[in-house]
Write a protein of this length. Sequence first.
Length: 94
Amino acid sequence: MSNLVRMTKVDRIGNRYQLSEVYVNPENVAYVMENLRMRKNLTEQKELWPDGISDAHRFSTVHMNSNHTVFHVVGDPSLVQEQILTAKKMLLKG
């Protein structure tokens, strides 16, 4: 059984952005890349984002092996990578 990694997912619902928690199996992550478009949208269209999100936030796109699922999360790729590697290390120790 793997340790699931909790991330904050970003969805666009109509004209607004919404944040929600998602739990990811780190074994199924194919790759992670920075999402510069989402950061640009945040700085240019702040009113479409939930209250409390900072212009300093960065975003990543996560590509999963299973079902070729793709989703966007809050955090730069190095932060997401660190979360995934930590979960994998815990799995190996477990």
